[in-house]
Design a protein around this ligand. Structure first.
Ligand SMILES: [Zn+2]
Length: 69
């Protein structure tokens, strides 16, 4: 038997809360989330990426500290 099926986990589709698109949550990801005791993902990978970019837009911004005072 091919080993791409993981015991107890099957690939499934979840609905993204952000764009309402169904996205695939793979068995290996489920196992990872289970192992890390993470909650079920609620956003599709692209929305997750978009969120990450919103929080941290295009890398760290080095704001000059300590203005001339
Ligand atoms: Zn989405």
């Amino acid at each position: 038997m091919p080993g791409d099926r993981i015991e107890g986990f099957n690939d499934k589709y979840l609905d993204c809360v952000e764009c309402a698109c169904p996205f695939l949550w793979t068995a290996s990801e489920q196992r990872f989330f289970h192992a890390k005791q993470l909650q079920t993902p609620r956003r599709c990978p692209s929305c997750r990426e978009a969120r990450k970019r919103t929080i941290n837009p295009s890398g760290p911004q080095e704001a000059p500290r300590g203005g001339g005072r």
